[in-house]
Design a protein around this ligand. Structure first.
Ligand code: FAD
Length: 499
């Protein structure tokens, strides 16, 4: 069969177009895990720089590193990485109101009800402090402490240098037999028979043939969009920011173990501390702020000497209509863009790579695999999109036209349902395969000011004294544990030397 969606040709040769974070993640994974069965070639051009941002991650990166057999100390030393236990959202709920979305689990659940229900009743009785005091990762982030524990893993991710990370992965891919071709892709050649990609022609006139192509060309989306015209679902009516200014500064003081996300009048600013420098960026909506205003605003809020000149990056939020189209799979920014408020892009690259492994079309491309891949990817992207919209929409801010737009805009039904459910009953449910679980939704909804009207009746099984004891016990335990952990930066220095 050779219709426009399937082919019985076995996949023996995979070509990765682009060598940014996405390209080298895919290269390292494919060569290491399937290198005995397939040939992998990566084409990249030194003349076309990578986007050069993308330095905050989430804990799922551990899964990817486990697949590749990466040792944490090696990777951290090679990429100047620091630990990250959450994100501090400052001025999001309102000016001067801050909270942390940490990676930890909240207090202790019982089978029927999440910890938030116990905390909610405690809140009504006036016997609790902020919910983060019941989460070790939250308190440790605030106090700048970290530990790797033998009996209980702290949920953590990393801040890393994206350029060094790509180099580190390239090294792994080279050890496992990647063929790297340097050159600019000038033309994507399609089959006259079924429209599949047959080869790439480079500016040197070299032709690189393949059976399966991964589009890792970043926002250019040379294969999936320019050649295959797959289409893009625009989300800018929900996520209107479309620009960023990025700049690096010298470190001032010890790096904190969390990312800072500081809202401003037309967007937000990130601060990502590495061992040797800080990554900064200002995300904004060009309808409400010009590039020059954004650069001035970013400069105003920088701490430390500049290491490079501010760079403007333009983007459109949204997703590719199909992430796998014919014999091309979009991995990386070519697949779409959800702004980096919760550091989810690298996670999505990793998911696309793992999903490809799970459905690797060694005997040819089947329509059913393609459809399944696309359905799973859509589900995942939609869920993350909702979570990001939540931060903008659920706010008390009405001080600027940008925030009034966000507060009053229509939101997806799926998000409205989640907010209504939480408001009425304090309940949140995670559907299979969703990235963000109950504790993430609870921390952000409470942090943004949504206080549920009810708590679960099981909490009333405890009288007030029992409840107070229960909550106090958890809080004291968290405090005691965290106090016993070393300073985050001292820990890293010691840890990275122990490779
Ligand atoms: P790129 O880095 O753009 O790489 C594209 C590659 O394609 C390059 O190697 C280039 O040479 C090659 N290429 C392009 N055209 C051609 C051609 N014609 N011929 C040959 N080669 C070509 N993600 C996170 O997880 N956390 C974050 O904190 C985060 N912050 C971000 C902040 C901003 C402002 C933006 C825009 C994105 C952020 N991301 C973040 C998303 C993402 O992780 C990074 O942007 C990531 O570095 C992008 O990787 P990429 O490989 O898709 O694209």
């Amino acid at each position: 069969m050779n219709d426009s969606k399937s082919t019985k040709n076995p996949v023996k040769k995979v070509v990765i177009a682009g060598g940014g974070t996405a390209g080298w993640m895919a290269a390292a994974a494919l060569t290491k895990l399937l290198g005995k069965n397939i040939d992998v070639t990566l084409v990249e051009s030194d003349a076309i720089p990578t986007v050069g941002v993308g330095e905050a991650t989430i804990p799922t990166l551990h899964i990817f590193h486990q697949l590749l057999g990466i040792k944490e100390q090696d990777f951290m030393a090679a990429t100047n990485a620091t630990f990250k236990m959450g994100i501090s959202f400052e001025n999001w709920r309102d000016v001067k109101k801050d909270y942390i979305h940490s990676f930890g689990f909240l207090g202790q659940d019982c089978w029927a009800a999440g910890f938030q229900h116990f905390w909610l009743k405690g809140h009504q009785r006036g016997i609790v402090s902020e919910i983060g005091d019941y989460v070790p990762e939250h308190l440790a982030a605030r106090e700048g402490r970290f530990a790797v524990l033998a009996n209980q893993a702290l949920n953590h991710a990393y801040h890393l240098d994206a350029g060094l990370y790509a180099k580190y992965l390239r090294n792994i891919a080279e050890q496992h037999g990647i063929t790297r071709v340097e050159g600019k892709i000038d033309k994507v050649n399609l089959s006259n028979e079924n429209g599949f990609i047959e080869s790439l022609t480079l500016d040197s006139e070299q032709v690189v043939e393949g059976d399966l192509f991964l589009d890792c060309t970043g926002f250019r989306a040379l294969l999936i969009e320019k050649a295959l015209h797959t289409g893009f679902e625009d989300w800018s009516h929900w996520l209107p920011c479309d620009s960023a200014i990025a700049v690096q500064t010298e470190s001032v003081g010890k790096p904190v173990p969390y990312t800072r996300s500081i809202a401003h009048e037309s967007g937000w600013q990130w601060r990502i501390p590495l061992q040797n420098r800080t990554g900064n960026g200002l995300v904004f909506c060009s309808k409400y702020m010009t590039d020059d205003e954004a650069i001035a605003k970013l400069r105003e809020n920088l701490v430390g000497t500049l290491r490079n000149e501010p760079r403007v990056i333009k983007f459109q939020t949204g997703t590719r209509r199909k992430h796998w189209n014919k014999n091309c799979i979009a991995v990386g920014l070519s697949s779409g863009f959800i702004e980096p408020l919760e550091s989810t892009s690298i996670h999505l690259f990793q998911r696309a790579i793992v999903r490809l492994m799970q459905m690797f079309p060694s005997q040819g491309i089947n329509e059913s695999d393609v459809n399944e891949f696309n359905a799973q990817t859509k589900f995942e992207h939609d869920n993350i999109r909702d979570f990001i919209i939540l931060h903008y929409h659920l706010t008390d801010r009405e001080d600027t036209a940008f925030w009034r737009h966000c507060k009053n805009m229509e939101i997806p039904d799926s998000l409205q349902h989640r907010m209504d459910l939480f408001k009425q009953s304090g309940r949140v449910f995670k559907k299979a395969e969703e990235l963000f679980g109950e504790t993430s939704w609870v921390q952000v909804m409470l942090g943004q000011g949504l206080m549920p009207e009810q708590y679960h009746p099981i909490v009333d099984q405890m009288d007030d004294a029992e409840l107070e004891n229960f909550l106090m016990h958890i809080k004291n335990n968290v405090k005691k544990k965290v106090a016993s952990w070393p300073d985050h930066y001292d820990f890293i220095q010691h840890y990275c030397k122990s490779t």
